[in-house]
Design a protein around this ligand. Structure first.
Ligand code: ZN
Length: 507
């Protein structure tokens, strides 16, 4: 099962089987891109408050817990709980949680917002899925949930059909880019470049408008990588993406890590990108906490962002979008490591390093995808999310922070969308560090982060979007019908969440 050892797999429970399908995750969710951290005492408190609100407010409106969590009030309650346990950084009130009509009105007023999510995943229908079946069977055999073996259909949730539901029906996302992750083992690519491009073509044909964009993955140093890239570029992906650690899924096998500023090798990819009219180079960075660095020390320098500046300076005609904002403390790290680091030094690895690139190198072509920087911290401790947004806004500019959710590892991305809509940096933090406020959900900054900047990067004319006005496409009609039938959000996170009891052995 990828880079998780058998022991680690046995310490995990499938997140679908958690007792409460809450609107926001109250545990950190994992995927093959990272290992999870156990539920913290604070997250236990969040969950308890959320359940309490579901019972109190749900009962007042004759709603079951499940119905409450599927409602707009349930979503608001998640942020109220986070505010109450941590610090009030979210625009959410008990009144909204207690009054479904009020919450629904707010949600309806925002649902047409233009959201362009350039970081999404689903899994191919072959070898990887066999591995996921095996790990689930292992969990079943361990006796934690014997029904696992009988429910292989849960894997459907990681495939295209459920991806479609969670992205285009359950969330306000208007356009999504399908990404992937490479491996030394051909069968371990999340999707091949042929698959991402075929998915894009299928979706756009089905919708009758441009709803999906696609990455082609490039793998400097692997046998025949440049020819492979050229072949993929001929099929016109919208951008290319690389993993500098080489093989993120099977780090033990990673034999071809590379630097973004390697003139002899990687620059050949940039040259080819320019030749094929590609403007955006996306690079996975960060997600490499201490334990990971100790296990794979030779990959550490590649996970860091020290190679971004020179590449950006040497290639002003390209944009470099750093995925996950280079955030180090996800993927098995502890959000407290990040918060403690910020409190004592005013910095967060390697988000601060990335934010300093423009000043150090005099460049304006470096962008940060929020990815797991946002997803993993906003649940675990929203104060550090606010801090990191401030750091990126100050160093790169808020017009260079772009939306990407890493869905559907984390289920439908709607809770992440709601989190950004509601998030604000506290006045105290703004003053102390010179951060600019994020502003209201539909203000200039959040509008740019959600979609304005991505549209510019990808030369997408927002007036041609297929979900509103005279261009209304098939997906928008489907979504309207879907909403009429009532909320059917699954509220499931399709990763693995750490088993609180067994995980301690590995902490
Ligand atoms: Zn990803």
């Amino acid at each position: 099962m990828g880079f998780l050892t058998d022991k680690e797999v046995l310490s995990l429970n499938p997140s679908e089987l958690l007792p409460h399908a809450t609107p926001i995750p109250t545990q950190i969710v994992s995927s093959d891109e990272f290992t999870p951290a156990p539920q913290s005492p604070a997250q236990k408190l969040v969950e308890a408050r959320l359940l309490d609100m579901a019972d109190t407010y749900g009962r007042q409106h004759n709603m079951s817990r499940r119905q409450f969590f599927q409602s707009a009030s349930g979503m608001a309650a998640g942020f109220v709980a986070l505010n109450e346990v941590f610090f009030p950084v979210f625009d959410a009130s008990r009144a909204e949680a207690a009054t479904p009509a009020q919450a629904q009105e707010r949600a309806a007023g925002l649902k047409d917002q233009f959201i362009m999510d350039m970081h999404t995943h689903f899994l191919r229908d072959d070898t990887r899925l066999v591995n996921f079946v095996r790990s689930r069977e292992a969990v079943g055999k361990a006796g934690w949930n014997p029904t696992l073996v009988d429910k292989p259909q849960t894997l459907e949730d990681l495939k295209f059909n459920n991806y479609f539901k969670e992205i285009y029906l359950d969330s306000d996302t208007k356009i999504a880019l399908i990404s992937s992750s490479p491996s030394e083992i051909p069968g371990d690519w999340f999707l091949t470049n042929e698959m991402t491009i075929a998915a894009r073509d299928k979706v756009n044909k089905e919708a009758g408008s441009r709803r999906m964009f696609a990455h082609a993955i490039f793998t400097p140093g692997q046998d025949g990588w440049l020819e492979h890239l050229e072949g993929s570029l001929a099929a016109k992906p919208e951008s290319i993406k690389g993993y500098t650690v080489g093989d993120n899924t099977n780090k033990d096998l990673a034999k071809h890590p590379w630097r973004m500023d390697d003139e002899k090798m990687t620059y050949k990819a940039y040259e080819m990108a320019v030749k094929y009219g590609i403007k955006n180079i996306c690079v996975h960075k960060g997600l490499f906490p201490t334990a990971t660095a100790e296990r794979w020390p030779h990959l550490l320098q590649y996970a860091m962002v020290g190679d971004v500046g020179k590449a950006a300076k040497d290639w002003p005609q390209l944009n470099f979008v750093i995925y996950h904002g280079g955030y180090r403390w996800a993927a098995g790290g502890n959000v407290n490591d990040g918060w403690n680091e910020f409190e004592t030094t005013g910095r967060v690895s390697w988000v601060s390093d990335l934010a300093e690139v423009p000043a150090k190198y005099g460049v304006t072509n470096v962008y940060a995808d929020v990815g797991q920087l946002f997803a993993q911290s906003v649940v675990a401790d929203p104060r550090i999310t606010a801090a990191m947004m401030g750091i990126l806004g100050k160093g790169l500019g808020y017009d260079r922070v772009v939306w990407g959710t890493d869905a559907v590892w984390t289920g439908s991305p709607q809770w992440q969308i709601e989190a950004l809509r509601r998030l604000e940096i506290s006045e105290e933090m703004q003053k102390k560090y010179g951060f600019k406020p994020l502003g209201p959900a539909t203000g200039a900054i959040k509008t740019a982060i959600f979609g304005g900047t991505n549209a510019k990067l990808y030369d997408f004319d927002i007036s041609k979007r297929g979900d509103i006005g005279p261009n209304r496409d098939k997906f928008s009609i489907m979504k309207a019908e879907y909403e009429q039938r009532g909320p059917a959000r699954s509220n499931l996170r399709y990763g693995y969440v750490s088993d609180a009891v067994d995980w301690s052995a590995f902490a």
